[in-house]
Design a protein around this ligand. Sequence first.
Ligand SMILES: [Zn+2]
Length: 360
Amino acid sequence: MKQGELGVHKLLDRIPVVCNGPPLWLAEYSNVRIVSGMSTLAREMDTPKPMDLTRIAVVEDSQQQFHRFPVISLVSPEDKEAFSIALFERYEQVESYAFSQVRIAEEILSDTVIDTIILMLVDGLSYDDCPKNPFIQPCLVNGPTITRVGFRNIVGRPPLAVRLYRAGFKRRRGFSYWDRKNELTNELFAGFDPASQVTRVVEFDQIYRELADETLHKTFVQIVTAGLDTVAHISRERPLVGALVRRILEEYVGGLQELLLEKGLSGIIYMVSDHGILWKDWPGQPCSLRLIPDAKATSHRYSVGTRIVPHTRRFTAYGQEFAVLPYPLVFRGLRRNEWGTHGGISYYESVVPFLKMEVL
Ligand SMILES: [Zn+2]
């Protein structure tokens, strides 16, 4: 049976379906139980006990598909507002099966038979603002969509640099747009020698110039670079999102790819961001932010602390308590020179691009 003849909702009501594509997109379907692999489902069906009444979606392990079940292709949501609300409501369930930031370190460590690994950490970039291309998959931000949480999720514990060292990547090289004295930078570059292995940069070109003169064999390169976070918070004019995204993907990632090719090295370039941005009154965005004033809230989209705050979902992350808002609520309005915000749960903030580009 082809997708579209019945529609995914009606198919799920009738029969287990096998899913192709990012499981994250299943968030918009209610009352769905996710089963990993056909063999798991087959085992369940062979066990003589009553089957439950939830709808069943089978993800992963596409080799063993039974031909008797329909296969659906999961694609990015058309109704981003509905997806945002569904993601907030079913957050824990979705986080349990979707590819998310805390799984990135594992993903990087699974492919180490190469010369160079480059991880580009971009400060503020939504999956929604990126062009769709085969190198980019959606990745869920775990918890509040803020810089200090998102980046920590990605680097992990023990830090990726330390884990890669054990996997043979004895050399490491770090670059940061931020001041090296920043506490978060110290944490993200834990394991790097701040004096000899981390360089503060102003222009991306500096990174190519420095790396061009260095041996990158069995080297882990980690770059923290500016994305759209800063321009979202303060900018006189509406930021040119398309041009900024092209610069990151074409100029920065493209430049790193060229560098590896020129040096004759095999490598993988990864790029991911800490969180996306919820823009205000963006063309195509179906409704504006809705104000629910709260003078005690610490930010537009979340509040730090143990206080009970209506409408929010609670998270604990890295020793702090957060009360986080769904789309499209904000505790206070955005200033004229603020174009976007983040911290809450929505398609725009919680789904970030994860790029993996192999250079062989
Ligand atoms: Zn950020």
